[in-house]
Write a new protein. Structure first.
Ligand code: AVJ
Length: 323
């Protein structure tokens, strides 16, 4: 076979390649944190959630462990049947407390976890019925908004949407506003959104959560370079990049960067990317909010803030918004 006409081996998601090249050919350079979560990334994120410095998980877990029956009563305020839709359900270790409370209160509902990862959905469908046999559920694997539309086709019941884990923090303020508007446009009067925000607090505490002593967050960021090497035929020398985290108490933006430690050249598929010494790649935002900013976001996007659930430190809030 003539090697000249051998087709190129482009195996994994060309969207990933397009996004990576687009970001690294931009000025300044950036990569999207949504690509952090390959198998290794998932594992490192589990380690992050177990770190002493990473207070977010414990805070939101406390809210769900201790206040789920109150949360359930809130959801059931109008006593009609509903669908509980969770965006980015993961392994549901937090939401299971709410599911238990809803089942216990004998409410008529179906749990519809949505996740972009197929194995997350199949794991949930296998494991949740073992833990909660009375639960009615149907997993939806795919894009949030596509699956939300599908959920509306399946039934016209009232919708209660869960968007926890401070996942909205990975959007900047403009993206968060656009996201909430899009979500609002998929919902109807009396639908609810339960949405988790990490709150502004002592800047040292926030920075430490994203700049941990053991360097776990550092390897979380560097893992994306390894992933590019593996999946996009890249040749990053990962040891020539360092992690830098910053927190700006004024805007509430916690950002992370990878810094090039040398003038260097990196090949990815057929492209060559040049880095100057000390040039940065913007990797991730974890936006922190004041309570007034959360209410303003609700009001601006057509929701009514109706209640807030805090952990006892008030590090975190699960806000209830009504359409
Ligand atoms: C999964 C978006 C909530 O921003 O706190 C943790 C991801 N990044 N450490 C966050 C993350 C670095 C996390 N969220």
């Amino acid at each position: 076979m003539n090697p000249m006409i051998t087709p190129p081996i482009v195996t994994v998601g060309s969207q990933f390649l397009t996004d990576v090249l687009n970001g690294l050919q931009a000025e300044p350079k950036f990569l999207s944190s949504k690509y952090f979560y390959d198998e290794n990334g998932d594992r490192i994120f589990q380690q992050i959630m177990e770190m002493d410095e990473y207070y977010l998980t414990d805070a939101e877990m406390e809210i769900l462990q201790e206040q789920s029956s109150k949360l359930a009563r809130f959801i059931a305020a109008t006593d009609d049947a509903f669908d509980l839709i969770e965006l980015g359900a993961g392994d549901a270790t937090k939401s299971i407390h709410l599911l238990k409370a809803l089942v216990q209160q004998q409410l008529e509902f179906t749990y519809l976890p949505i996740d972009i990862s197929e194995h997350v959905i199949s794991d949930l469908e296998e494991n949740l019925p073992k833990k909660l046999p009375q639960l009615q559920m149907k997993g939806l694997n795919g894009d949030y908004f596509k699956m939300l539309k599908k959920a509306k086709e399946i039934s016209d019941r009232r919708k209660v949407v869960l968007f926890m884990g401070a996942n909205i923090g990975n959007m900047d303020l403009m993206e968060a506003e656009a996201f909430c508007l899009d979500l609002r446009n998929e919902l109807s009067p009396n639908d609810l959104l339960i949405i988790g925000f990490d709150l502004k607090k002592n800047p040292q505490q926030i920075l430490a959560a994203y700049n941990d002593a053991a360097g776990i967050t550092r390897s979380f960021n560097l893992n994306l370079l390894h992933r590019i090497n593996r999946e996009l035929n890249g040749d990053f020398d990962v040891s020539c990049f360092d992690h830098y985290a910053s927190y700006d108490p004024e805007s509430g933006a916690c950002k992370s960067y990878l810094i090039s430690l040398e003038n260097q050249t990196v090949n990815i598929s057929d492209e060559t990317i040049h880095f100057k010494k000390n040039e940065y790649i913007y990797m991730e935002i974890s936006q922190k909010y004041a309570l007034e900013e959360i209410d303003a976001l609700a009001n601006k996007t057509g929701f009514m803030p109706v209640h807030r659930f805090f952990d006892h430190h008030e590090y975190f809030v699960d806000a209830i918004w009504k359409v």
